[in-house]
Design a protein around this ligand. Structure first.
Ligand SMILES: Cc1cc2nc3c(=O)[nH]c(=O)nc-3n(C[C@H](O)[C@H](O)[C@H](O)COP(=O)(O)OP(=O)(O)OC[C@H]3O[C@@H](n4cnc5c(N)ncnc54)[C@H](O)[C@@H]3O)c2cc1C
Length: 340
C-alpha cells in the first residue's frame, strides 16, 4: 500500500505518540510505523504494570495506562498506525521529501520524517536450534499477525512468558493440536494465564511438555515434527506444522543505521533548537537522540517533540507562517482538538 502524508514517525513509543499531538497542533498529519503489534514502545513492552512517578501533573501512572492516555490524547488528529512493520529503507526523493519502505511492503511518502525509535526496534530472540532459519516464515513464526493463518494446524509453542501463554490460550481453540514446551514447570507469565493453560491441559485440549526443543524435522521449509529433550535426557518427537518460539525481545538499531544519519554510539546527534539530524527534514526525538545533557526520560521526549513540530511545519508548509498559540486560549487549536 502507498500513502502520502505530512510526517512519518518511526517508532510508536510514548515520544512518537506525543509527536502526533504536537504535529497535529500545527496541522500536520502523521503516520506511525512500529515493529511491535501495539503502540507504547518500552512502556508497553518492558514495564506495562510498573508505576511511573515523573510524568508532570500525573503523580502515578503505569506504563500501560500512560500509553492509553497518549493514544486517547492524539485521537483528534486521527493518526494512521502501521503496526507489526519494520522500517527497512528511507530514501530522499529528487523532487524533495522522503520515501520510506517497511518489510511488509508499505510505502510512505512525506516531507518530514521523525525518528523516535528508542534504542531501536524490538526483535525476537531466536532459539539456538540448528537449521531453524530454513523454516522461518513458512513454519516458524516469532509473532502472530493473523490468527486465522493457524486454523486447523498442529501448533507447538515454546516459551514461558506472557506471549507464550497468551498465544497458547488464544490459538488453542483454532488449532487441530497444540503443545506448549517450556524448560521448567514454573512460568514468568501472569498467574491467571497459567491457570487457564493448566485448565486446558486438564480438559485434554492441549499438552504441556517440560523440556527443550533440540531438533526440527521437515522438508522444503515445512515442519513435520520437533524433537523435545526432557531434563532426564529422554527424547520425544512431537508432530507439528507450526512452531511459535516466544523467547522475549531484544532491541536493535537495525536498518536506521543505514539511513545516512550521523550516529554517536547508536544515537542520532541533534541540535537542541529543532531536534533535526544532519539530514534536513529528518528529526530525532526521545531516547534515540543525542545532545549534551540528554536525559532518557519520557518528559524530555515530550519537550523535544514540541520543538521538532515547529521546524517540521516550516519544512512541510514553506509558504505558511507559523503562529505560536496556547491550547488554553486559542479557538483554532481547540477546534482542532474537537473541544469547541
Ligand atoms: C524498566 C524501565 C522503567 C522506566 N521508567 C521510567 C520512568 O519512570 N520515567 C521515565 O521518564 N522513563 C522511564 N523509562 C524510560 C522510558 O521508557 C524511555 O525514555 C521511553 O520509552 C523512550 O520513549 P521513545 O518513544 O523515545 O522510545 P521507545 O519507548 O523505545 O519506543 C521506540 C519504538 O520504536 C520502534 N522501532 C525502532 N526502530 C524501528 C524500526 N526500524 N521499524 C519499526 N519500529 C521501530 C520500537 O519497536 C519501539 O516500539 C524506563 C525504562 C525502562 C526500561
Amino acid at each position: 500500500m502507498n500513502f502520502t502524508t505530512d510526517a512519518i514517525i518511526i517508532g510508536a513509543g510514548p515520544v512518537g505518540l506525543f509527536a502526533v499531538f504536537e504535529l497535529g497542533l500545527v496541522d500536520l498529519k502523521a503516520h506511525l510505523v512500529d515493529i511491535l503489534d501495539r503502540p507504547g514502545g518500552q512502556c508497553a513492552e518492558l514495564y506495562p504494570d510498573k508505576p511511573i512517578y515523573d510524568i508532570p501533573s500525573v503523580p502515578v501512572v503505569t506504563g500501560e495506562d500512560l500509553v492509553k492516555r497518549l493514544v486517547d490524547q492524539i485521537k483528534p488528529f486521527d493518526p494512521v498506525f502501521h503496526l507489526g512493520e519494520l522500517v527497512v529503507a528511507l530514501e530522499e526523493l529528487p523532487e524533495g521529501g522522503f520515501r520510506l519502505t517497511t518489510d511488509q511492503g508499505t510505502v510512505l511518502t512525506a516531507p518530514v520524517v521523525v525518528v523516535s525509535a528508542g534504542p531501536g526496534s524490538f526483535q525476537p530472540k531466536k532459539p539456538p536450534i540448528e537449521g531453524i532459519d530454513a523454516y522461518e516464515g513458512t513454519s516458524v513464526f516469532y509473532a502472530v499477525r493473523k490468527m486465522e493463518a493457524f486454523k486447523g494446524r498442529r501448533i507447538v509453542i515454546a516459551g514461558g512468558g506472557d506471549s507464550a501463554l497468551d498465544w497458547t490460550i488464544n490459538l488453542q481453540p483454532l488449532a487441530s493440536g497444540l503443545a506448549l514446551v517450556h524448560h521448567r514447570e514454573g512460568f514468568r507469565a501472569a498467574e491467571n494465564s497459567v491457570k487457564k493453560m493448566q485448565g486446558l491441559v486438564d480438559a485434554g485440549k492441549m499438552e504441556f511438555i517440560v523440556g527443550k526443543i533440540t531438533l526440527l524435522k521437515g522438508q522444503s521449509g515445512r515442519l513435520a515434527s520437533v524433537t523435545v529433550e526432557a531434563k532426564d535426557g529422554g527424547e520425544r518427537e512431537v508432530p507439528c506444522d507450526v512452531l511459535l518460539p516466544f523467547f522475549g525481545l531484544t532491541m536493535k538499531l537495525g536498518p536506521i543505521a543505514e539511513f545516512g544519519l550521523n550516529l554517536n554510539e547508536n544515537r542520532i546527534p541533534v541540535d537542541t533548537e529543532k531536534f533535526e539530524s544532519n539530514r534536513r527534514g529528518i528529526f530525532a526525538i526521545g531516547d534515540i537522540c543525542y545532545y549534551p545533557g540528554k536525559l532518557k526520560l519520557i518528559l524530555s521526549g515530550f519537550h523535544e517533540a514540541a520543538l521538532m513540530a515547529q521546524e517540521a511545519f516550516r519544512i512541510a508548509r514553506p509558504d505558511q507562517k507559523l503562529k505560536f498559540q496556547h491550547t488554553s486560549s486559542s479557538t483554532s487549536l481547540q477546534k482542532k482538538l474537537g473541544v469547541r
